[in-house]
Ligand binder design. Structure first.
Ligand SMILES: [Zn+2]
Length: 273
């Protein structure tokens, strides 16, 4: 789909249906109920709604929207296509209120559409990010409403910093997918747990603010924790201001194997630098 908002598929119901048919049925219509592709015919009668088909195998009726996220909706298909396009192409996302204003529908409908479209975008079986020779970048952010406190004689003043906000860690595979995870604490142990859960351990991790904490696991787990411990003694770790802090933080982690791997990999990374 191009980024041209003047495309008639976004304004004309027939064009929208034809477009969806061409995308979903490039080799001709098939029955979504039984899978029949040969014995299917389009119904042209005046009493039938446009785009209706009948399957002569299971005798059921269907249109192109059956079995898709656009099924059983009173919202016109061209508005669904526009909403899908806007949500898929907006770099910073789009709110239900914005859809409500742009599509000329109620906020309730816009909210429902946004949820259905997001649900359809969900990756059911997401594999790990990165892999051998690939780069995964990580960064954190704080989201949430601005908070205020009453200051003596000055009224309500916004609280500086990010206390009380939600912490979100995002890992992005370079030129690939991204995964965001809400975390409770932004410390090495949590970051390690999230990173090893969503990314392939053979990936190389690159960060900016978290560089000091995360360099220790880049490149990740090239050897098993036991081997790493024996081949790279911690005593040989070059002096780095943050190393003791990092090691202590990691040692507090419940996962002792991760801790050993992290602290020993740190030494090899620093010596490479
Ligand atoms: Zn059928």
């Amino acid at each position: 789909m191009t980024a041209d908002l003047t495309n008639p598929i976004f304004t004309d119901e027939t064009k929208a249906r034809e477009y969806l048919e061409s995308v979903r049925w490039p080799d001709g219509p098939f029955c979504p109920h039984c899978g029949e592709a040969e014995n299917v015919k389009r119904l042209h009668g005046k009493s039938h709604r446009p785009g209706l088909h009948q399957c002569n195998s299971c005798r059921q009726h269907f249109t192109v929207t059956v079995g898709t996220l656009y099924e059983r909706s009173h919202i016109p298909l061209h508005k669904w296509l526009l909403a899908t396009h806007l949500m898929a192409s907006s770099k910073k996302g789009i709110s239900a209120h914005q859809l409500h204003r742009m599509l000329g529908i109620t906020y309730k409908s816009a909210w429902f559409m946004a949820h259905r479209i997001r649900e359809a975008m969900k990756d059911e079986n997401p594999g790990p990010l990165g892999g051998e020779g690939k780069v995964v970048e990580a960064d954190e952010t704080y989201i949430g409403p601005k908070r205020y406190r009453l200051k003596n004689g000055k009224g309500w003043k916004p609280i500086k910093g990010h206390s009380g906000k939600w912490k979100v860690l995002t890992l992005v595979e370079r030129n690939g997918k991204a995964r965001s995870v809400k975390i409770e604490k932004l410390n090495t142990a949590t970051i390690w747990q999230v990173a090893t859960r969503v990314a392939d351990r053979k990936s190389t991790l690159i960060t900016d603010e978290l560089r000091m904490r995360l360099l220790g696991i880049a490149p990740w787990a090239t050897t098993s924790p036991a081997t790493a411990r024996s081949t790279t003694p911690r005593a040989s770790t070059p002096a780095a201001p943050s190393t003791p802090t990092r090691s202590r933080a990691i040692s507090r982690s419940s996962n002792a194997a991760c801790a050993a791997s992290t602290s020993t990999a740190a030494s090899s990374t620093y010596s490479a630098i």
